[in-house]
Design a protein around this ligand. Structure first.
Ligand code: GAR
Length: 206
């Protein structure tokens, strides 16, 4: 089983809640994204996103990462992705750094979402970093994954205001709502084709 229309095959990697995964799955099922999620892989057995995948009838796999050497783990993940014949690898809160081997195995076929307007605030807890810094605008970024963390050519971004009355959690919630919209839209653009990467820039044919 898989979620969505027969179309391009997406493999999801996640480590936690899985709300971005669920937002993408809903767009696939509704036929607004011409794709199907064929496998969900988590490095953590307790990831809530796995339960959601099971409820949707999507094959889910746990490949524990603790104590496993990075490339060895990535090879196991790639084996599961390749077995499911995925066209694109979608990182949805996958809190691991990928090896160069893995990234080269899927050239320009790995997408990530980060809850900040990159290149500002890479790394963990980006929403809190932005709030603490005192930015007036925050947001999220969908990008191709390259060998550095939260780097790689930018596919799309969305901006949200930061109000003086906001706590960091308010900013995070406002960003998350935009993440749920932006990620599916960005995946849709990539699946449509007609783009190329020129240095750091992703250029779409109009
Ligand atoms: C999301 O906010 C995503 O942008 C972030 O983890 C969260 C996962 O939430 N990813 C990163 O920080 C990657 N550097 P979710 O599990 O509910 O989709």
């Amino acid at each position: 089983m898989s979620a969505g229309q027969p179309g391009r095959r997406l493999g999801i990697l996640l480590s936690g809640r899985g709300s971005n995964f669920q937002a993408i799955a809903q767009q696939c099922v509704a036929g607004r994204l011409n794709a199907q999620i064929v496998v969900v892989i988590s490095n953590r057995a307790d990831a809530a996103g796995l339960e959601a995948a099971r409820a949707m009838g999507i094959p889910s796999v746990v490949i524990p990462s603790q104590g496993v050497e990075r490339v060895a783990h990535d090879r196991m993940v790639a084996e599961a992705l390749d077995e499911a014949a995925v066209d694109y690898v979608i990182l949805a809160g996958y809190m691991r750094i990928l090896s160069a081997w893995f990234i080269q195995h899927y050239p320009q076929r790995i997408l990530n979402i980060h809850p900040a307007l990159l290149p500002a605030f890479p790394g963990l807890d980006a929403q809190h970093q932005a709030w603490e810094y005192g930015v007036r605008y925050a947001g999220c970024t969908v990008h191709f994954v390259d060998e550095k963390m939260d780097s790689g050519p930018i596919i799309d971004q969305a901006v949200v205001p930061v109000l003086e009355s906001d706590r960091a959690e308010d900013v995070a919630a406002r960003i998350l709502a935009e993440e749920h919209r932006l990620y599916s839209e960005a995946i849709g653009k990539v699946l449509q084709g007609g783009w190329r990467v020129d240095g750091r820039r992703v250029l779409f044919e109009r």
